[in-house]
Write a protein that binds this ligand. Structure first.
Ligand code: NDP
Length: 333
């Protein structure tokens, strides 16, 4: 299939263009808001065509799908335009600035019979899929709690709009908490009901939060705690799932690369659990293409993107108000 990139972004350059090409896809066009960036990006990435006008890109009938990786406030209008033009959409997280906008995008794609996916890469990793399998197969009994450790140090080249532009969707909550919401939903197979939270700016965020801790109530009664930050150079990342019959310790797995270690602890002692180490973004593309071929569903579909955004926004409201927030999932798309 021929693809158009909407947004000349770091994530496209560092991960997604390679994943598309590895799957044999043709990255044909890139759209960016200035001619200079569009042409530079196209040249650097070996992309044949570029434009600033989204309409011109979308009017190309040979384009089957678009990958949207602009700043967050642009996703909504760009996705609606792509869907109106009949293109399948792989959209970056967070899908939009509000649950209502995100739901509108997903509903529009559904109405046109188009595939719409959210690029929540962590559920594409062999490690997260292995942890999910351990839980689902009853290896740790009934889940009591999930702890998500995702306090990292935002690399210098990403310290732009994320740390100082709330209008573009900056802040650690739309950036990382939204991923952790997807991880919790993926691993436990249920959606948080309500959240409590605290957030701060601890040295990097200017007008947006750069660190947040929250606790989520799950329908099953399992407790979830999540910690996300842009300012922790040496904290490491990972997750722990504790159950009545065992515990899973997955260290170093909240990452874009297929790394980290999974250890299962139980009555029989300590066991290192092997897992597949495929490229996370390649897996996302593979699952997307299967969905387009009518042979499956995307790794994270539109509903996953809406629900994970809803949790993240509830965390931010809870942190702002100091009041427990019921998660508002809006109208299910
Ligand atoms: P970038 O800042 O690299 O790019 C985002 C947009 O910013 C570009 O589309 C471009 O807009 C504009 N831009 C890029 N470079 C410049 C520049 N030098 N000067 C001015 N504007 C510039 O963003 P990221 O790649 O980090 O993130 C893009 C999206 O992807 C976000 O929604 C983010 O949440 C998501 N993301 C997802 C990840 C995942 O693993 N799923 C990981 C990282 C990001 P335009 O082309 O319109 O001119």
């Amino acid at each position: 299939m021929r693809w158009a990139l909407v947004g000349a972004s770091t994530i496209a350059a560092e991960h997604v263009i390679g994943a598309l090409r590895a799957a044999g896809e043709d990255v044909a066009l890139v759209q960016s808001s200035t001619v200079a960036r569009a042409s530079e990006f196209a040249k650097a990435q070996g992309i044949a065509g570029y434009a600033t006008d989204l309409g011109a890109i979308l009017s190309d009938e040979g384009i089957g799908a678009v990958y949207i990786s602009s700043t967050n406030e642009k996703h909504h209008a760009q996705a609606l335009a792509a869907i109106a033009a009949g293109k399948h959409v792989l959209c970056e997280k967070p899908l939009a600035m509000t649950v209502a906008e995100a739901s509108e995008m997903v509903a529009a794609a559904k109405a046109r019979g188009l595939v719409f996916a959210t690029n929540h890469h962590l559920r594409c990793s062999g490690s997260h899929r292995a942890v999910r399998g351990l839980i689902a197969s009853g290896q740790i009994g009934r889940v009591l709690s999930l702890r998500l450790f995702h306090a990292v140090h935002l690399p210098g080249h990403l310290q732009g709009w994320r740390i100082d532009n709330p209008g573009a969707g900056g802040g650690v909550i739309p950036d990382i908490t939204v991923h952790d919401a997807d991880v919790a939903r993926f691993l436990l197979g249920e959606d948080p009901v309500s959240v409590v939270a605290e957030m701060v700016s601890s040295g990097m965020g200017q007008g947006v939060e750069d660190s947040v801790m929250s606790v989520w109530t799950m329908p099953s009664g399992a407790m979830v705690m999540a910690h996300e930050s842009f300012t922790h150079p040496f904290a490491g990342s990972g997750l722990e799932v504790h159950g009545t019959e065992g515990s899973i310790f997955a260290t170093g797995v909240m990452t874009q690369r297929p790394v980290g270690e999974i250890v299962l602890m139980g009555d029989k002692g300590r066991e290192v659990v092997p897992y597949p180490t495929h490229n996370l973004y390649a897996q996302a593309v593979t699952d997307f293409l299967s969905a387009v071929a009518g042979k499956g569903r995307p790794a994270a579909d539109g509903r996953d993107g809406v629900a994970s955004l809803a949790v993240a926004l509830a965390v931010r409201t809870a942190a702002r108000t100091g009041v427990r927030q019921a998660v508002d999932y809006g109208v299910a798309a």
